[in-house]
Design a protein. Structure first.
Length: 92
């Protein structure tokens, strides 16, 4: 699990959306990634990654996992540039 860096913009958006840096790291580590354009990648939790998270972190509430399932992180290289929520889960 490589530690990731955050732009100032990303730090602001993460705080604004009520996510913690640890939760963003979990989305990065457990989520699936796909191309987001211009060399960026979008990371989000799939059903499979949520199952893995539940196994590894049984203390995470179902409600929080449901919220994280709608969150996504956009990164270039090893730097997070923003984080946001979708209206529904990003990946199945």
């Amino acid at each position: 699990m490589p530690f990731i860096a955050f732009t100032l913009h990303a730090q602001g958006r993460i705080a604004q959306r009520g996510l913690s840096l640890n939760e963003v790291q979990l989305i990065w580590d457990y989520g699936e990634s796909r191309q987001a354009g211009e060399g960026a990648r979008k990371f989000a939790l799939s059903r499979r990654s949520v199952r893995e998270l539940r196994e590894d972190f049984s203390n995470l509430s179902r409600r929080r996992l449901d919220l994280l399932r709608r969150a996504y992180v956009v990164a270039t290289d090893d730097v997070v540039v923003t984080a946001a929520f979708a209206n529904r889960p990003v990946y199945n």
